[in-house]
Design a protein around this ligand. Sequence first.
Ligand SMILES: Cc1cc2nc3c(=O)[nH]c(=O)nc-3n(C[C@H](O)[C@H](O)[C@H](O)COP(=O)(O)O)c2cc1C
Length: 142
Amino acid sequence: MKKIVIVYWSGSGNTETMAKSVAKGASEGGGEVVLKPVGEASADLVKGADALAFGCPAMGDEILEESEMEPFIVSLGSGDVGGKALGLFGSYDWGEGKWMQDWVERMKGLGAQVDGSGIITQLEPSEEALNACYELGKRLAG
Ligand SMILES: Cc1cc2nc3c(=O)[nH]c(=O)nc-3n(C[C@H](O)[C@H](O)[C@H](O)COP(=O)(O)O)c2cc1C
């Protein structure tokens, strides 16, 4: 059974809803799921995973949330994520998704096998986005 570690930051719950859909898909796809707010996650947790999903909304000016998610990502090296399937997801509002494009490239730079171009949704997740999160979870577990 694959261990799927899902780590997210969410201020108003939109990205958390996405994380829960990824978790549902991964669990129903037969994976062992660990779902953690980023404040409870660590590089060691990531290192022990077979596949990963990270979620964070667009914050600041098209960047990751700075107090918890950015330091968490900085703490990861290629030994933690290299060669692993990684899904990225998050909610935004007024931008065009640049934070996600940058995040995808950044994680590819660490050697992660990033799934597609990340799942983004405006504010409260659309049904389409939640389905995409669910399918991501299933793929990660498969
Ligand atoms: C401090 C702050 C900065 C934000 N910066 C951006 C931004 O740069 N681009 C954007 O599209 N949305 C931005 N947003 C909107 C959030 O990404 C949006 O509200 C999102 O749904 C929040 O997700 P959450 O419910 O998971 O916290 C910002 C929101 C806040 C509170």
